[in-house]
Design a protein around this ligand. Structure first.
Ligand code: BGC
Ligand code: ZN
Length: 381
């Protein structure tokens, strides 16, 4: 079986590796599910792993199979699996349980462990391969009607968790009805955050570098949100004009934007930080001012990473709602397909800056018509 792998620690080492075909019996207690991979999205994390800035191989391997944004179809289930059946579509949860109390209650995303296990990222092989086997526990079902956009679920879970955290934190206010939100960044996560906040009835201003017109700005405006190019209006001025913001979702990947955003948050507001900034940037900031505003304004800053089953399930519901309220919108994010695992070079070329790219993804296998699947299953049984 083919797989796209890297040698962690060695820059630009993406290559085709071989993996043995997995079997449902690889998972104990009759809980194994065999999945045929259909599509896998790539993002900044994959870019960083291929640049050797991040990532670790599973124990016993010198390579790491990439890919954490999965979408696939169930081929076979072991005898104790009741949650999914062959032919159904699933997305796998990225982080595997560790040992802390939070892992033990199904919230691996909140682990206290220093070493964590993430498919395609850290100590576990990912999904850029032909088949994988997982415990039914870690699979989330995606309805057939969402199969064209199902590969966007994992990036959406990052947003779902961030927003869920904001609402959870704001229960301190007894009533929290956010009216105005800012989203920093109009990449995949920024766009999906704009969507999720619009679906919750919030007025959204999305800030990004690129001047208008551009496709991301159009996507923002199709949601009834406002797009501001920070070249034309810096964040602080934007906050004066369209804020103060009750909630800010930061997803630019640039820590300098974080500190500008802090100064644009309204009283009792919450700012959610989701950028993974692997560098070593330092910055001079108006520390007294920021601190004073946070104290006198009862403000909260929260970091968020990864997502648990609840966020995947919330993502499925939001996708279903998005398809009715903003039909075709999600599909327009899928800008750059690359056919076949063997074209991994093209996949990374597109990831590192294809013009107009929003979501670059590998079309590992074609999606069959549902009817022919049913026939195949009937023939096999
Ligand atoms: C993934 C998350 C993961 C994070 C840190 C992101 O790209 O989507 O699932 O927790 O990287 O490794
Ligand atoms: Zn990711």
């Amino acid at each position: 079986m083919k797989a796209i792998a890297v040698i962690p620690g060695k820059p630009n080492s993406a290559h085709l590796a071989e993996l043995p075909m997995p079997s449902v019996s690889d998972v104990p207690d009759g809980r194994g599910v065999l999945i045929r991979v259909l599509r896998v999205g790539v993002d900044g994390t994959d870019k960083e792993i291929n640049a050797a800035e991040y990532g670790a191989a599973p124990p016993g391997y010198d390579f790491l199979v990439l890919g954490h944004e999965s979408f696939g179809q169930v081929v076979e289930v072991a005898e104790k699996v009741t949650e999914v059946k062959p032919g159904e579509y699933v997305v796998a949860i990225v982080r595997c349980p560790g040992t802390s109390i939070y892992d033990l209650i199904g919230t691996n995303d909140m682990t206290l462990d220093d070493v964590y296990y993430e498919r395609g990222i850290s100590n576990r092989h990912g999904f850029l391969t032909e088949y994988y086997v997982d415990n039914a526990e870690y699979l989330v079902k995606v309805p057939q009607a969402l199969r064209e956009v199902g590969v966007l679920l994992e990036p959406l879970t990052i947003v779902e968790k961030g927003i869920a955290q904001a609402y959870e934190i704001q229960r301190r206010l007894r009533i929290w009805r956010p009216k105005r939100a800012a989203v920093m960044g109009a990449g995949t996560v920024g766009l999906l955050a704009t969507l999720a906040l619009r679906l919750r009835g919030v007025e959204v201003t999305t800030f990004s570098l690129a001047a208008k017109p551009n496709p991301n700005a159009e996507l923002v405006e199709e949601l009834g949100a406002r797009y501001i190019s920070t070249k034309e209006m810096p964040i602080k001025e934007g906050a004066k004009t369209f804020g103060p913001f009750d909630v800010i979702f930061e997803a630019t990947g640039a820590s300098v934007v974080v500190f500008e955003s802090l100064q644009s948050l309204g009283k009792d507001g919450v700012i959610v930080l989701s950028s993974i900034t692997g560098g070593n940037r330092t910055l001079e900031v108006p520390a007294d001012r920021i601190n004073l505003d946070f104290v006198l304004g009862n403000k909260v800053m929260v970091g968020t990473v990864n997502a648990n089953r609840d966020h995947y399930e919330a993502g499925v519901r939001d996708m279903a709602q998005a398809q009715t309220v903003y039909p075709e919108w999600l599909r327009h994010l899928l800008t750059h397909p690359v056919a076949g695992l063997e074209n991994f070079k093209e996949l990374f070329d597109k990831l590192s800056g294809a013009k107009g790219a929003i979501k670059v993804y590998c079309e590992v296998a074609a999606m069959e018509e549902q009817e022919s699947w049913e026939k195949n299953i009937a023939r096999a049984s």
